[in-house]
Design a protein around this ligand. Structure first.
Ligand SMILES: Nc1nc2c(c(=O)[nH]1)N[C@H]1C(S)=C(S)[C@@H](COP(=O)(O)O)O[C@H]1N2
Ligand SMILES: [Mo]
Length: 523
């Protein structure tokens, strides 16, 4: 007899000689897989529930949105700098991976003790329900998808635990193993089918795209850039919609049909207004180039873009509403609960702040606020450029706090004078090299741009025509580049002759400062 002795704790029958016995690790894998499958099925059921209810609050979106509302500004900045505008995909993927890892743990626990595994699922689903219920845009039904997901996952976890518990005492129990396989296959197939159903039901996205495509808007007579600017310079004058930076807190984009859109203008006004999309189009429409910028933009960063916006003057609408003499702000609210606080004076002065419905001759892209957003020349987006706009309250700054104010960002957000080198960015050949970029100080204007090499004397760059003080200004400078490593720097002056702030400051709380430098290897 050279049978190995049974180890303490080994439950299998040492007399059996089946070679590919699943044993402990096999059981572990199966129970983890059971947990993951139960969770995936739950998420699929949750998506269908969300689609049926017409809410965006799937469990992952609910948790992600609550997470975004809680993260400290430094983490938000880090996420933007690491993932750029893919920060949301990264967050959703991260949340999904953590959920599935915990579900695997729940699966293992459930086989040992069902209620221990169930507790993990209840905790996760509870978190999602809570997150969804406290979202400003969740309405009364926003928690339901997470609830459905939790119940589905709990039931399936129970089924898996029952099948697998037979294998705890007898890993060779073929009936239990086959039962597990059948159940897994069934759940996997069911998940795929339910997921497909979710896509069909989730046709709202396509309904909105269709409505957007069918819109007949009063569009600009021409998309031609103003004379004297470089349409295709180092940085093209107009930023194509597809390349335009996107920054918002919306994990899944609010989907608004123009037919169902309504804007209320109320608060400290003589006459409350309610406008439909058609009402808006009946008003006088303007088309205006405005460069939008994000307060989170680092020195040299690309969270800035220039577009031809079409819309209605806020000045006219507010005049109709009649703001009270002591009102000094508007609080604008989006469909998904984002809010911005904007000085009333920037909406009623001559800068042509608008309710925009088109961008570069196209209806607003869904990601950029379809059907209507605010555009205010001279202010960072977080205090003005509300997308998916649904409500404007005329009020006072001492009466409210907008979304980013309690999160470490300044209440007021005028754009800071800044400049950027776009070419060259790293390498150049010896000889004449074009150094070029943009400078901006919206609603103030740019008077001069200078460049220097290796800390030498400042040299004046050539400016493109000043199309407007509300847009960026292109500049270029010809450099006789000698071989070697060099540092290029740029600085701009505003319309009044003030130079850019040279000391470095991070984006929080009210916008970065410092000069953009580029290391160039000339060879
Ligand atoms: N509804 C909503 N609108 C919003 C935001 C948001 O989070 N939600 N972010 C603001 C910020 S911080 C900026 S910089 C601009 C960006 O607009 P864009 O994504 O069209 O470039 O939108 C503003 N409008
Ligand atoms: Mo922003």
């Amino acid at each position: 007899m050279n049978q190995p002795l049974a180890q303490p704790g080994e439950l299998s029958d040492p007399g059996s000689s089946t070679p590919a016995r699943p044993g402990r690790s096999g059981l572990l894998l199966r129970s983890a897989a059971g947990g993951v499958l139960a969770a995936l099925a739950g998420l699929a059921a949750g998506s269908v529930a969300a689609a049926l209810l017409g809410t965006r609050q799937t469990p992952v979106v609910a948790i992600g949105s609550a997470f975004i509302d809680q993260v400290p500004p430094w983490l938000k900045d880090l996420a933007i700098s690491l993932f750029g505008t893919h920060d949301k995909t990264a967050l959703k993927t991260g949340i999904l991976l953590v959920l599935l890892a915990l579900a695997a743990l729940g699966g293992v626990l459930a086989v040992l003790r069902y209620w221990a595994g169930a507790a993990v699922v209840i905790l996760l689903a509870g978190l999602a329900v809570l997150a969804a219920a406290t979202r400003p845009d969740a309405g009364q039904t926003g928690f339901i998808p997470s609830f459905v997901a939790g119940i589905t996952a709990l039931l399936l976890l129970r089924l898996f635990a029952t099948r697998l518990s037979g294998l705890v005492t007898n890993p060779d129990d073929g009936v239990s193993r086959r039962g597990f396989l059948q159940l897994s296959a069934g759940v996997a197939l069911g998940t795929v089918a339910v997921g497909a159903l979710g896509r069909v039901v989730g046709g709202r996205r396509s309904a909105v795209s269709d409505a957007r495509a069918a819109l007949q808007l009063p569009l600009p007579p021409s998309l031609d850039p103003p004379a004297g600017v470089q349409a295709d310079g180092a940085t093209p004058w107009a930023t194509p919609n597809d390349d335009f930076y996107r920054i918002d807190t919306a994990l899944s984009v609010p989907l608004i049909l123009p037919g169902g859109w309504k804007l209320r203008i109320h608060g400290m006004v003589d006459r409350e207004l309610e406008l439909s999309f058609d009402d808006l189009l009946k008003r006088k429409v303007i088309h205006k180039w405005v460069t939008l910028a994000c307060v989170s933009n680092e020195v040299g960063g690309d969270l800035i873009g220039n577009a031809l916006w079409s819309g209605v003057l806020l000045k006219d609408l507010l005049a109709d509403a009649g703001p009270a003499a002591d009102a000094d702000a508007i609080k604008s609210t989006s469909k998904d609960g984002f809010t911005a606080g904007t000085p009333l004076s920037t909406l009623t002065d001559d800068r042509e702040s608008m309710l925009a419905f088109a961008m570069n001759g196209q209806p607003l892209p869904v990601e950029h606020g379809f059907p209507v957003r605010i555009v205010v020349p001279g202010l960072y987006g977080y205090v003005s450029a509300t997308k998916w706009l649904t409500d404007i309250e005329v009020t006072r700054f001492d009466q409210f706090e907008a979304y980013w104010t309690p999160r470490g960002w300044s209440e007021r957000g005028p754009i800071k004078l800044s400049s950027r080198i776009d070419v060259p960015r790293s390498k150049a050949s010896t000889g004449q090299v074009t150094v070029a970029g943009v400078a901006w100080d919206q609603h103030v204007g740019i008077s001069k741009v200078e460049v220097r090499v290796d800390g030498g004397p400042w040299q004046q760059a050539e400016l493109a025509t000043d199309a407007s003080i509300d847009t960026w200004r292109q500049w270029h400078w010809s450099w006789d580049a000698p071989r070697g490593n060099h540092v290029l720097q740029v600085r701009a002056f505003d319309a009044k002759g003030n130079p850019q702030i040279e000391s470095q400051a991070p984006p929080a709380p009210d916008g970065s400062t410092g000069l953009h430098s580029v290391d160039v290897k000339v060879g």
